[in-house]
Ligand binder design. Structure first.
Ligand code: FAD
Length: 384
């Protein structure tokens, strides 16, 4: 959209026909709200979303702690949204077309056109026929799919260290304007989310961390077990009914290990492993990486140079914006998977709201990780 707005010729190619479903928790963080605002799309997205103003955490023993986004993130909007991906992605796709981008739906990119090691376009299949499309530069935005990274020779050996599964329930009790994060004993090495889509519809999901070769149950079985045996959900879902199928998908969180640009191509979003390794949230980061890519490409296209040297600023901007954050989030994840540490954290966070706000701000990528090292963090953590 941004490149089309600047007058460049852009063609979007997607194997799906829009509007299309995408397996997701549908949660937009305040960071995502801020990007939508910058893109001039927040009002449109807000009109078909459920606005959320706080985050709530439930500990393994059932303690809860809540904080408003307003108290956590001062430089971002004091809210986020929950919106189904059928709607959100369709809005983004339509806005790009309004800005002048072309769109080929139902068209799978199978390979690249190569010339002497440089990508010069794509080979795409649509309704059984193959098309070759030339381009000055190809932007790979294919999410967690490994097909095109394999073609580029950049697919990591074990790309997925998070697996998430979600379903929708209608008639859920006790929904308000909070994104809920539950840590029930039923789920080890992960967490459960309950995001309100409306006053009585919730997107409920489990995020499993695939660490230390951990074996997790089949996602749909894990979800069934959770709904039936977790007291909080048993109570709140007693009159609820599932709508649609429970679906799962692996998530890439391997930024910044993977190459993100090469001769004639660059990658954005989850195709660069840019998904928060603690929360599994990546819509906000995907949109931000799209902005950075558009900035670098606009500059390079204007200068008439698309070589690696000209696009180097994209790699630098991506590292500046996300590398430190990802290092810190991995440290946080290694702490929160220890139930004892987590229980102490939630108990202390209940006594000292500043502790909850600080850790949550960092988890959402809304504050630098070094804030965890401030003396007040340790004071709140250890104070009786
Ligand atoms: C169960 C689950 C829950 C999640 N919950 C959240 C959440 O609540 N909040 C959040 O911020 N993030 C969440 N995420 C992560 C989020 O979905 C991703 O980070 C985000 O969608 C990445 O955006 P993207 O544009 O990079 O890729 P995608 O949104 O995956 O889009 C990739 C597009 O590429 C197309 N495509 C793929 N391969 C090809 C090909 N060969 N040819 C043509 N087209 C192709 C696909 O059809 C798709 O339209 C969740 C993920 C999962 C699996």
């Amino acid at each position: 959209m941004l490149l089309a707005q600047k007058g460049h010729e852009v063609l979007l190619v997607d194997r799906a026909s829009f509007p299309r479903e995408k397996t997701c928790g549908d949660g937009l963080t305040p960071r995502a709200a801020e990007t939508l605002r910058r893109l001039g799309l927040e009002t449109k997205v807000a009109s078909c979303s459920h606005k959320v103003k706080s985050a709530r955490m439930y500990s393994p023993s059932g303690q809860t702690v809540t904080a408003t986004f307003a108290s956590m993130v001062h430089h971002l909007p004091p809210h986020g949204y929950v919106i189904s991906r059928i709607r959100l992605d369709d809005i983004l796709c339509q806005e790009a077309q309004k800005a002048g981008a072309g769109f080929l739906p139902g068209t799978k990119v199978e390979d690249f056109l190569w010339n002497d090691g440089t990508v010069q376009g794509i080979v795409a299949r649509s309704k059984g026929s193959i098309r070759k499309l030339r381009a000055n530069v190809v932007v790979v935005a294919t999410g967690a799919s490994m097909h095109l990274p394999k073609r580029l020779g950049i697919a990591p050996a074990s790309p997925y260290d998070v697996l998430a599964v979600r379903g929708y329930w209608e008639g859920v009790e006790g929904l308000d304007d909070a994104l809920e994060f539950h840590l029930p004993p039923q789920v080890s090495l992960g967490y459960v989310w309950l995001f309100p889509e409306s006053k009585d519809i919730a997107n409920i999901g489990i995020c499993f961390y695939r660490l230390f070769g951990a074996k997790h149950p089949m996602p749909s079985r894990a979800m069934k077990h959770l709904i039936e045996s977790y007291p909080n959900f048993r109570k709140r879902l007693r009159h609820a009914r599932p709508t649609g199928k429970v679906k799962g998908y692996p998530i890439r969180t391997d930024f910044p290990k993977c190459p993100i640009l090469g001769p004639g191509w660059l990658a954005v979003g989850e195709a660069t492993g840019l998904v928060n390794p603690v929360t599994g949230e990546g819509i906000d980061l995907a949109m931000e990486s799209g902005e950075l890519a558009a900035k670098a490409l606009h500059k390079a296209l204007k200068a008439g140079r698309l070589d690696m040297q000209a696009l180097k600023s994209y790699r630098q901007d991506m590292n500046r914006q996300f590398a430190g954050m990802f290092r810190g989030l991995r440290i946080i994840r290694s702490l929160i998977i220890r139930p004892k540490a987590l229980e102490i954290y939630i108990r202390q966070a209940n006594r000292h709201p500043g502790l909850f706000r600080r850790v949550f701000r960092i988890m959402l990528g809304a504050a630098p990780v070094y804030e965890a090292l401030f003396p007040s963090t340790w004071w709140w953590f250890l104070k009786p």
